[in-house]
Design a protein around this ligand. Structure first.
Ligand code: G16
Length: 544
């Protein structure tokens, strides 16, 4: 079959963000746009001849078309074998699992994660390296650099492949294996957790759970794991069929966008446990009956209870959290006598620590938790981890969380997002903050004494690479913190994120609504950053 060399011109906007390249579908559908980026990825990789590549996505609009293009370009580049999830479906954690298990050179994952899907909505593409994790900054920089100098790309002239039929097919000299997207991942989960105990819990006739897959990629995984392998009643998984537009919803597992699940868990006759995952299956939200757990608390509680889970019974090497994530897990790490690392936002920053064996668990405030079992955050893994703990402790979610706060104290936590802000105004707000922070050290605001103020910079302890400008931190003498940063995953305007945290050791003070407990910090944040002035908004668009 002939390989065509198609002349092209660079696009200036192909710089990967926090997690790959995310844009509107209309941008990706411009002639040569996707092809250019894929060629930039391939050109930035070492020897590709005969290597294995994993390809799949979250099933959103344009997933199938993009896969056909990538397969033909992979064949033209000389890959030997590509593993593709049936129907083009692979969750991000499953792709990471496959890359590692089959010693692939890497994988291309098509997803804009929690962003909405459909012809008018978002699409995304990211490259994961041979450890199964998101490409580190050196690689994404190389891809971006290459994208700016491309003059042609190579593609095989061939018919589209049938993606819905399992089997082995050929594209010129390259083999394409259409595989069951769930099998390998389900096997991995079974090797980590106490499935017998979880099955007892889910079939005892007392305990009820609801899993909301939000019409995104985890549907087939959740049906297989919870209903088929673990015996939960049919109907446990809601919205389990992946749809190209996620049923018109926003596949983001938080209190705002997963409101159907929230209504069930906070309604009459609520089940004991509720969970949701996002577009590509790497995020998780955990709810108990009438009870919400912040992702930061969830990470701390998983760490404190890891000894109850077979895979982690022998202890944790260390824990890492992204900088804006609350410091709740730091206290658990101190108690366990293990290291706790603070990294910039972005899962890619955990990769070196995991590869070097310095950490076992890691997590982020943005509803992501994971471990050394793969190199991505993993929504269903976190949900199974919680079920394993519930089965072992025979207590409710709320009892477990309150017990944790009694022992370690409570880190009140909230994130305020101001979405779709004019980019120039958002940059001006940050510029203004950068110039203000120099004068803030030691200042008293109300009865809050500022003890440090900086622009977070991270030196990777494994390869010593340095990442600067990762967000502004303002710390107070009582351990409270305010963090400001601009999101790196949006596709429209800018999103300002304000992260607020206050530590409360006293049990009698642990029962407030976080928005009340944090109200002084919220006011300080608004004043210092002049949020209303710069954004033109009276209040955040999303509070989690
Ligand atoms: C991605 C990254 C996460 C990050 C999140 C939010 O998650 O993998 O590490 O915390 O974006 O990033 P930002 O605050 O820059 O928008 P996902 O689930 O969107 O791939």
């Amino acid at each position: 079959m002939p390989i065509q060399t198609i002349p092209t011109r660079p696009f200036a906007d192909q710089k990967p963000g926090t997690s790959g390249l995310r844009k509107k579908v209309s941008i990706f559908r411009q002639p040569h746009y996707l092809e250019n980026f894929v060629q930039a990825i391939f050109d930035s990789l070492p020897e590709k001849q005969g290597q294995t590549l994993v390809v799949g996505g979250d099933g959103r609009y344009y997933n199938r078309q993009a896969i056909q293009i990538i397969l033909k370009m992979a064949a033209a580049t000389g890959f030997g074998r590509v593993l593709v999830g049936r129907g083009g479906i692979l969750s991000t954690p499953a792709a990471s699992c496959l890359i590692r298990k089959y010693a692939a050179l890497g994988g291309i994952i098509l997803s804009a994660s929690h962003n909405p899907g459909g012809p008018q909505a978002d699409f995304g593409i990211k490259y994961n390296t041979e450890n199964g994790g998101p490409a580190p900054e050196q690689v994404t920089e190389a891809i971006f650099a290459r994208s700016k100098s491309l003059s042609a790309y190579k593609i095989l002239q061939a018919e589209d492949l049938e993606l819905d039929r399992l089997g082995v097919f050929r594209l010129d000299t390259m083999t394409v294996e259409i595989i069951d997207p769930v099998n390998d991942y389900a096997q991995l989960m079974e090797s980590l957790f106490d499935f017998d105990r979880i099955r007892e819990l889910l079939t005892n006739g007392q305990f009820r759970m609801v899993m909301d897959s939000l019409h995104a990629v985890t549907g087939p995984y959740a049906h297989r794991l919870f209903e088929q392998r673990l015996g939960a009643p049919l109907g446990t998984v809601h919205n389990g069929e992946p749809l190209e537009d996620f049923g018109g919803g926003h596949p983001d597992p938080n209190l705002v966008y997963a409101h159907e699940l929230v209504d069930i868990l906070f309604g009459e006759h609520a089940p004991d446990f509720g969970a949701a995952s996002d577009g590509d299956g790497d995020r998780n939200m955990i709810l108990g009956r009438h009870f919400f757990i912040t992702p930061s608390d969830s990470l701390a509680i998983l760490a404190a209870n890891a000894h109850l889970v077979p895979a982690y019974r022998s202890g944790l090497a260390g824990i890492a959290r992204s900088m804006p994530t609350s410091q709740a897990c730091d206290r658990v790490a101190a108690h366990l006598g293990i290291d706790c690392y603070e990294t910039p936002t972005g899962w890619k920053f955990f990769g070196n620590l995991l590869d070097a064996g310095r950490i076992t668990l890691c997590g982020e405030e943005s509803f992501g938790t994971g471990s050394n079992h793969i190199r991505e955050k993993d929504g269903l893994w976190a949900i199974l981890f919680w079920l394993n703990i519930l089965a072992a402790r025979q207590q409710s979610v709320e009892e477990i969380v309150r017990h944790h706060w009694r022992v370690y104290g409570r880190n009140y936590y909230s994130r305020h997002d101001y979405e779709n802000v004019d980019s120039d105004r958002a940059n001006a707000l940050m510029e203004n903050l950068y110039s203000t922070i120099k004068t803030l050290n030691g200042k008293l605001i109300g009865n809050h004494q500022i003890t440090y103020c900086d622009d977070f910079s991270y030196t990777d302890p494994v390869d010593y690479s340095v990442s600067r400008n990762q967000g502004i931190r303002i710390g107070f003498s009582d351990g409270s913190r305010i963090v400001f940063r601009l999101s790196g995953t949006g596709t429209q305007g800018a999103t300002l994120r304000v992260y607020l945290e206050r530590y409360e050791p006293k049990v009698s003070n642990q029962n407030f609504d976080p928005q009340i407990a944090l109200k002084h910090l919220i006011h300080i944040a608004e004043d210092l950053a002049q949020i209303r002035y710069y954004t033109g908004m009276e209040k955040p668009t999303v509070i989690t």
